[in-house]
Structure formats: C-alpha cells, structure tokens
Ligand binder design. Structure first.
Ligand SMILES: Nc1nc2c(ncn2[C@@H]2O[C@H](COP(=O)(O)OP(=O)(O)OP(=O)(O)O)[C@@H](O)[C@H]2O)c(=O)[nH]1
Ligand SMILES: [Mg+2]
Length: 309
C-alpha cells in the first residue's frame, strides 16, 4: 500500500527546517545559513520511495512581520498549514522556549492536520539534559501525533522520523513525477544560490534588507553558455559599499562563489554579471515583490515545465 501527501515544516527562524528537508531528501533543495530568515518562500522538496511519496514544504521561519515582504511570507505560511496532510513542528532543542515558540504553537489552533513535534540539534552539548523539560513546554500546549528528537545535521534518528511521517500520510499513489526532488524553477535556484553566497559573506542587518533580482537569464544553444544578469538589491545607498567591498572585492567574491555553485547545479558554463543596486523601501513595494515572485513561482503553480526556466 502506498502513502502520498504533503508535509509542512513549521518553526522559528534558524530551527533547522531547511537543513532537515535537505537531509531527508539527500539533496540540497533549500539554502541554509546561520542567519535567521534565510528561507523567504515556500520550497518544495519531493521524496519518492517504495512506500510512497512525501512532498515537503519548507517554509520561512515564523516571526513578527515588520514589512510587507514578511506579511506576505506569514500569510503564505498560514495557507500552507491549512492545506497539508502533516505538519512537522521543529524547534531548536539547544535553546529555552519563550514567547516566540508560544506563538508558533498558536498557529496550530484550528488546524486539523496531525502535527509531529521534532526537537532538533540534539548533537549540541548539554541538550539531552534539558530535552524532556523543553519538549514538555510544547506538549502542554498542543496534542501532537508524535514527538521525536533528531539532528538534521548529523542525521541522527532521521530514518525513524521518515517512518513516522509516512505512517501519518494518507493512502494514495504518488502524484508528482518520482524522478523530481523539487518543483522550483532553475531561475529560482539561481537567485537563491546568489543569495546564499552573499549571506555567507555579509553579516549584520544586510541579510534582512537585501534580495536578489534576476534581470536576464539566457542560454546560448543547448549545453552552451548560460548568461545571467542579476542585481543584489539593498535598501539604502549606504549599504551598497558593504556588498561591493573594497575595490569591488566583496561582490567579486560573492559572484565567483555563486557562479561555481550554479555551474555545479545546472552542469553548464555560466557567465554571471552581478551588480549592486539600492532600491529604498523595496520590501514594501508590491510591484517589485510580485516581480520577484514571478521568478519564484514553481511550475506546479504555473502549470509549466519543471525544467524550463
Ligand atoms: N548543531 C546543529 N546545527 C544545525 C542543525 N540543523 C541546522 N543547524 C544549523 O542551524 C542554522 C539554521 O539552519 P537552517 O536550516 O537555515 O534553519 P531554518 O529553520 O531553515 O531557518 P529559516 O530559513 O531562517 O527559517 C544553520 O547554521 C544550520 O547549519 C542540527 O541538527 N545541529
Ligand atoms: Mg530555512
């Protein structure tokens, strides 16, 4: 008997949701960083096995929205919770829960899908001694279908978690192509890999106030050169210098790291023209946000070709 369905990843920023989805799939579909709010859009990860198909929706970490961008992120998150078959609620077991975690649990009010409580980062020192107490905080607030403690980083107890997930999915045949691991477009991955290369190198407030805008994406012949023109968009003129770096050293470094990753992912030679632009108030600019969303739309939404740009 085959089981198939959808699973949402719920939790605070930095809990390890994207790391877990990548680990469950054994392939990188979502970028990961030590900076909170790395994930900004719903990322689909598809796991197909003999026992069925699990379609994971990696979501942005739950946070208080201060900008239109973040309001949109939180709306999309609530919509996803209402439509999935199973919810994985992940928390960082190395930290004490507080008001933020209370808010996360509150999102499950009125949601009918079974939720699995997942304590993550048990590889960190001192976690085991506090695990029961921290787990009890959540268990007192919601009736979870199951509870487990894992390390997304080391893979500890992931096979058991997979079994728990499949057991909770409804009976049914796979509905997505079993050879897929994601439904995101190449264009989306390109912008994400550029953003990841930047997040690794620029710290402080910039991660929250910047984005990547793909201006042009054109392939010359099959297997030929892929030409990408993209902007790293910051919120203020004064932030441009941080991304550009001394004599352009930083933007050059971000560009070559991103280019190497894009080449490895797509298996083509890449020419990357990367610039830095200031666009004050972009996080409130509905027109610009929907332009960004067009890149991010997955083919399942658009009804297009999974491999098509
Ligand atoms: N030690 C340890 N670190 C982990 C584990 N899982 C994730 N991390 C680290 O935690 C940080 C955040 O991981 P992400 O997967 O980006 O977290 P996220 O929940 O997707 O974060 P947002 O996208 O911002 O909501 C990264 O530095 C990861 O390497 C784990 O099991 N153990
Ligand atoms: Mg993430």
């Amino acid at each position: 008997m085959s089981r198939s369905g959808t699973i949402a990843l719920l939790g605070r920023p930095n809990a390890g949701k994207s790391t877990l989805v990548n680990a469950l799939l054994g392939e990188k579909v979502a970028i990961v960083s030590a900076t909170p709010q790395t994930t900004r859009h719903r990322i689909t990860g598809v796991l197909t096995e003999a026992r069925g198909q699990a379609v994971f929706f990696d979501l942005p970490g739950v946070h208080r929205p201060l900008h239109r961008l973040n309001v949109q992120m939180m709306h999309a998150l609530r919509d996803t919770l209402a439509e999935v078959d199973v919810i994985l609620q992940l928390f960082d077991a190395s930290a004490d829960p507080g008001a933020g975690e209370e808010f996360v649990v509150g999102l499950l009010d009125g949601v009918t899908a079974p939720a699995v409580l997942v304590a993550n980062k048990v590889d960190l020192p001192g976690v085991h001694a506090r695990l029961d107490e921290r787990t009890a905080f959540y268990a007192a607030r919601h009736a979870y279908a199951a509870t487990t403690a894992i390390s997304a980083l080391t893979g500890e107890r992931l096979p058991e978690l997979k079994a728990t997930i499949f057991a909770l999915l409804p009976e049914g045949e796979p509905w997505l192509d079993p050879t897929l691991t994601t439904t995101q477009s190449e264009r989306f991955f390109v912008t994400e890999l550029i953003r990841e290369a930047m997040l690794e190198r620029v710290k402080k407030e910039l991660p929250f106030t910047s984005t990547v805008h793909l201006r042009q994406f054109e392939e010359e012949g099959s297997g030929g050169l892929l030409r990408i023109f993209a902007d790293i968009v910051v919120d203020r003129d004064s932030q441009k210098g941080i991304v550009v770096g001394r004599a352009g050293a930083m933007i050059k470094e971000i560009g070559s790291a991103a280019r190497a990753r894009i080449e490895a992912l797509l298996g083509v030679r890449v020419y990357l023209d990367l610039r830095v632009k200031a666009r004050p108030g972009w996080r409130e600019d509905g027109g610009f946000l929907s332009e960004l969303d067009q890149v991010e739309a997955s083919w399942t939404d658009a009804g297009g070709d999974p491999n098509g740009p």
